[in-house]
Design a binder for this molecule. Structure first.
Ligand code: GLV
Ligand code: MN
Ligand code: MN
Length: 422
């Protein structure tokens, strides 16, 4: 592979063109480059994506879970496929690179293989997974979750803030929800391996001036939907010592959650992302407040203790204000380790191209979490400018993306030949 590896020369210009085109599919009424799952811009962008896959020579289909799959046939029909890809939906107010780099970078890798006349033994599948970002339903990675058999009928009953169910959203997007839950091609047909290219979304690589990170593991995520039930009252007349103010109890919980994150021994973070009073009036003591928070870590022991510690503290503080709390926890994803052999292949491929790298944990979640239950999984990170992500300032230089694509393409060539020991 070494001679071919050194000939790999992905085009930063082609990557820039593709990324710029895709970023034009955005919600004009939201900030940044918003292209949320089930939205019109997302629907339109998927047609463009399927066309770009075809233009790169891939045979394209959309599976029952809404994943767009481009196949490059290998020399050995029936051999378990090597899979790469990521997602093209964004968060509200998000950027242009998160996920997109893994799909459009994979297409550039495919073009490179074709230009260099490299035929792999195995099929190579490039997947644009449906709806990776966590949404109003509180569930991330819809497409990869479904593929792994981890999307349940109960999940389809989750509602967003308008009361629409996830199942109804699937139907409105032209996907039969029961077919999505039942999608099983990836469990019926063994897959050989999964390798995803992604921006780091944090500051480590840039600070250490390294072009590549090889991911060791992906943080687990515990989500909390808390409802604080106090007593609505007149804000001008109810004395301060005689209130059951749900907002104050929620505010204490926000700070408790922050303290929990600050106390994590290894990589651990805790964030409250939304606090909403039921009444929108400016002169009402809030009687009902809903709060959304999440806790993440690559330290399973610490993470498993967070529900108990936070539950006790939030309940006790709320009751000191005369407020009741309902705490609904759910695990968005368990902590997942990357496969060691995939890490070694990515590392040796990078080293063979004289590209320095570091081992790095991922605090963000990825489709790779769910693909790990289907095949040996790995990820390659490239630097994020100022470590910023999930915001309009998210940026990675096109030349840095091209370096990531070189490492991805070389790793895919090596993975194709690899017989896993474990
Ligand atoms: C996805 O980007 C997540 O980490 O929530
Ligand atoms: Mn992502
Ligand atoms: Mn993201």
């Amino acid at each position: 592979m070494k001679p071919i590896g050194h000939k790999l020369d992905p085009s930063a210009e082609r990557l820039e063109w593709d990324l710029t085109e895709l970023s034009s599919f955005r919600d004009p009424d939201r900030s940044g480059w918003t292209r949320e799952v089930f939205s019109d811009p997302y629907r339109q962008s998927r047609q463009w994506m399927a066309d770009r896959m075809r233009a790169a020579g891939l045979e394209v289909h959309v599976d029952p879970a809404g994943n767009i799959i481009g196949r490059r046939a290998g020399k050995q029909p029936g051999a378990p496929a090597v899979v790469t890809g990521s997602h093209t939906d964004t968060v509200d107010g998000g950027g242009r690179f998160d996920g997109v780099v893994g799909v459009l970078g994979a297409l550039e890798a495919v073009r490179q293989l074709t230009e260099l006349d490299v035929q792999l033994n195995r099929d190579l599948l490039v997947v644009d997974f449906l709806g990776e970002e966590s949404n109003d339903f509180g569930l991330s990675c819809l497409g990869s979750r479904a593929l792994a058999g981890e999307l349940t009928a109960a999940d389809l009953q989750r509602t967003d803030r308008t009361g629409t169910t996830l199942g109804e959203s699937f139907s409105g997007f032209g996907i039969d929800p029961s077919a999505a839950v039942g999608v099983d091609w990836a469990r019926r047909t063994p897959l050989h391996s999964y390798l995803e290219l992604h921006i780091e979304q944090g500051p480590t690589l840039e600070q250490r001036q390294l072009p590549l990170g090889i991911v060791t593991g992906i943080a687990g995520i515990e989500r909390l939907l808390a409802t604080f039930i106090g007593s609505a009252d007149h804000a001008g007349t109810r004395p301060m010592g005689d209130r059951q103010d749900a907002m104050v109890a929620a505010a204490e919980a926000v700070l408790a959650i922050r303290r929990e994150g600050c106390g994590a021994p290894n990589h651990g973070v805790a964030t409250t992302t939304r606090v909403e009073a039921a009444s929108h009036s400016p002169n009402v003591v809030p009687g009902l407040v809903r709060m959304m928070s999440e806790v993440r870590s690559v330290d399973a022991k610490w993470l498993s203790g967070t529900r108990r510690r936070l539950g006790q503290e939030i309940q006790a503080t709320a009751s000191s204000y005369g407020v009741d709390v309902d705490l609904a926890w759910s695990t968005d994803n368990e902590l997942v380790q990357a496969n060691e052999e995939v890490q070694e292949i990515a590392a040796s491929s990078a080293a063979s191209l004289d590209l320095p790298w570091t081992a790095i944990p991922s605090g963000a979640t990825h489709d790779a979490v769910h693909m790990a239950s289907l095949a040996p999984m790995g990820m390659i990170f490239i630097p994020s400018h100022n470590g910023k992500s999930h915001c309009p300032e998210e940026w990675t230089d096109y030349a840095d993306i091209a370096v990531g694509v070189r490492a991805l393409a070389a790793s895919l060539i090596n993975l194709d030949q690899h017989a896993f020991q474990t």
